[in-house]
Design a binder for this molecule. Sequence first.
Ligand code: MLT
Length: 314
Amino acid sequence: MSQKPKVLISDKMDPNAARIFEERGCDVDVITGETPEQLIARIGEYDGLAIRSSTKVTKAILDAATNLKVIGRAGIGVDNVDIPAASAQGVVVMNTPFGNSITTAEHAIALMFALARQIPEANAQTQAGQWPKSGFMGVELTAKTLGLIGAGNIGSIVASRALGLKMKVIAYDPFLTEERAIEQGIEKVDLDTLLSRADFVTLHTPLTDETRNILSRERLENAKKGIRIINCARGGLIDEAALKDCLDSGQVAGAALDVFETEPPAADHPLFGTKNFICTPHLGASTTEAQVNVALQVAEQMADYLVNGGVTNA
Ligand code: MLT
């Protein structure tokens, strides 16, 4: 009988992950797209579970995971894992906080350009046989103020790109020191100041009790008129109903969401079809490079834990 640790990869992941597990001395199965019931029936035989965002590791799954020692999330957010239940069971939860940062930052910049020049709607109308040249007056990014809500790993990459575009960058982040802000060429401000000054706001913070609805109705209504908002972080940071109202009234000139409070959003989500609203289906981390990075990292970390007891990014 094999004494090797057994790992299940339960979400679509770059094949490098399976290769690394094998090279590091683990047995690995790749079985994706299962129902929670199927996973519950299977999970008992595994020491490690490698996931992206589709597998929801609930208490019921953890209860059945009698051999499980580690869960590895190929990505940043671990909100699809019941952390208290995992901790209570002594299961280590790891993520890969750096592998997809550049890719996510680039998506935020892409959405900022898309908003500034209304590219999705212009594309749709042009391909529909129209030539709506006068209907799309954009705005320049140069000399505009970009407000970062969250200036950590991803936020600081966005800042560096935005500075390269000759934007002024201001940031609200309780963990950002004045020294680090100066070093990065950005100005640390409080949230109300940020919202009163920014032409574009981009969110780069996890969803926690403190950040839930950080862009509340009140804050949206009191922000600088004509502000444009980008969210490639987590749904739940913005009051979506208030955002709809503020787009309708013109208080918010544009919004680009890669993430929604409920994913996937309902087909009749109130924001769909709203003027100056654009969205993508949680593609922030979806590049070839980022997916190779996170797959390699998660497999290295998990195998190290299962084979040598090494703990990284837990
Ligand atoms: C992450 O947490 O790494 C990103 O949101 C990417 C993803 O969930 O696919």
